[in-house]
Design a protein around this ligand. Structure first.
Ligand code: ASP
Ligand code: MG
Length: 436
């Protein structure tokens, strides 16, 4: 069985929802994972924000306006008055439930319940459409099987067991519909897998049922070899290794959520990125196979801060790096890039919440310099180091760009450059010109 996930824009209007319904009805059994309709999660978060700030009138206004949008969708989505009425009533029930939270003190848990309504609405509307079209389809509620543990990590065993049970109870269905993003936590409360988490849901579901393939449907044809927002003439990459895709997702390719790769890679289930606007285009296939010895893509990650710790005490000493890293660990701040020399270490972080105390602590061990407004440019491919030339080509493309750090050899799949944010577009364009 395959798992197909459709993101917010793919179900962003009645027309798009109808297109997805047509696309999934090809006679094959499958699980369809949906995000909330585009803009809904943001709207629900804004409603929560009003409640959090103690302004129920502000929240009520937004609730009414979002509800009207949904009522309006119903008019365009269904062919029969019966299904329009049924869905209208169901939407009303969801929004009445959201309204019930405007009456009392607001808690973070209630925010998660409100945010969950986005995926509950989109899947309910989609299932009703399939039913209206006479398709044998059922809901497998994510809240019945998707679980995270006390650390907020997916509980793979529970997910597997719960999902088996859900599927066994509905043997007659051709299409199973479920919500991305939402789950229950270790206390059984409604929770979620963080923003953009529907990709993660699809990957976890795929791994849990040992799917033949996980498909992530968006509105661009696969992962591109450079960022189309900044560079002209980018093209889709046909094949990527799981590790290459993970580097690209983490370092900026917006099409796939970085956490999504790991469960699929672990279960060795291929992930295919496809385009709802062009369903027959080949997209990108992410698997354990790769076109070896090739540079495939470039991505950029913004909002990076570089920290340099220079110390003569590092010279011939051992344990210096451990002390430095322990400081970052104690502030739960993860490090992206590292470069060392005999008298210093430079590293980069993207979360500056604890920058001040980190720098204060680092001063115990050396002279500390901070550079903000930096950007990581990441060149990804299968670059076996025994084959000479990959780093030379990348460096050649970067010859005119002032470079703060270079990292190569952390894996076979990545060369990273730390540069000033203002040089990003120039660097991306030059890499595209030289490498592809
Ligand atoms: N609806 C959620 C969000 O907007 C999850 C997702 O779309 O992946 O973040
Ligand atoms: Mg998304």
């Amino acid at each position: 069985m395959k798992v197909l996930k459709f993101g917010g824009t793919s179900v962003g209007s009645p027309q798009r929802i109808q297109d997805v319904a047509t696309l999934v009805c090809d006679g094959e059994r499958k699980i369809v994972v949906l995000s909330a309709m585009a803009k809904t999660t943001n709207a629900l978060l804004e409603i929560s924000d009003y409640l959090h700030k103690g302004n129920p009138e502000g929240a009520a206004e937004l609730i009414n306006s979002l509800e009207r949008t949904y009522f309006n969708h119903v008019e365009h989505l269904y062919a029969t008055p019966d299904m329009r009425r049924t869905t209208h009533d169901a939407i009303r029930a969801h929004f009445d439930y959201i309204r019930s939270f405007t009456k009392d003190v607001f808690t973070p848990h209630e925010e998660r319940v409100i945010v969950a309504q986005g995926e509950l609405l989109s899947t309910m509307m989609f299932l009703n459409l399939l039913k209206e079209r006479g398709i044998k389809a059922s809901m497998i509620p994510a809240l019945d099987f998707m679980r995270i543990d006390q650390d907020g990590e997916p509980d793979a065993l529970r997910i597997h067991q719960n999902l088996e049970k859900c599927l066994r109870a509905l043997p007659e269905s051709d299409i199973y519909v479920t919500q991305g993003f939402i789950c229950r936590n270790a206390y059984g409360e409604v929770d979620n897998l963080k923003r953009g988490g529907s990709d993660y849901s699809a990957s976890l579901i795929g791994a849990a049922i040992n799917a033949d393939e996980i498909q992530i449907w968006t509105d661009i044809d696969g992962m591109h070899n450079n960022d189309p927002r900044f560079v002209e003439h980018t093209s889709p990459v046909r094949n990527l290794h799981f590790d290459e895709a993970a580097e690209l997702a983490y370092f900026g390719a917006k099409i796939l959520h970085p956490t999504c790769i790991q469960p699929a890679k672990f279960a060795n289930i291929p992930v295919r990125l496809l385009n709802t606007m062009q369903p027959t285009a080949p997209g990108t296939l992410i698997s354990n196979n790769t076109d070896s010895l090739r540079i495939k893509a470039v991505a950029a990650k913004d909002g990076i801060t570089a920290i340099k710790i220079k110390s003569s005490r590092m010279l011939l000493a051992h344990g210096f790096l451990r002390k430095v890293f322990e400081i970052f660990e104690s502030y739960r701040t993860s490090i992206d890039m590292i470069c060392t020399s005999e008298v210093g270490v430079s590293l980069s972080i993207d979360d500056t919440t604890h920058l001040k105390p980190i720098v204060d602590d680092l001063k115990k061990y050396g002279t500390v310099t901070v550079d903000s407004d930096m950007c990581i440019i990441c060149v990804v491919g299968d670059m076996e180091w025994t084959e000479a030339g990959f780093e030379a080509r990348a460096l050649d493309a970067m010859r005119d760009i002032p470079t703060r750090m270079i990292s190569f050899g952390g894996s076979n799949y990545n060369i990273s450059f730390l540069i000033r944010a203002e040089d990003k577009c120039r660097a991306l364009q030059s890499l595209s010109d030289h490498l592809f």
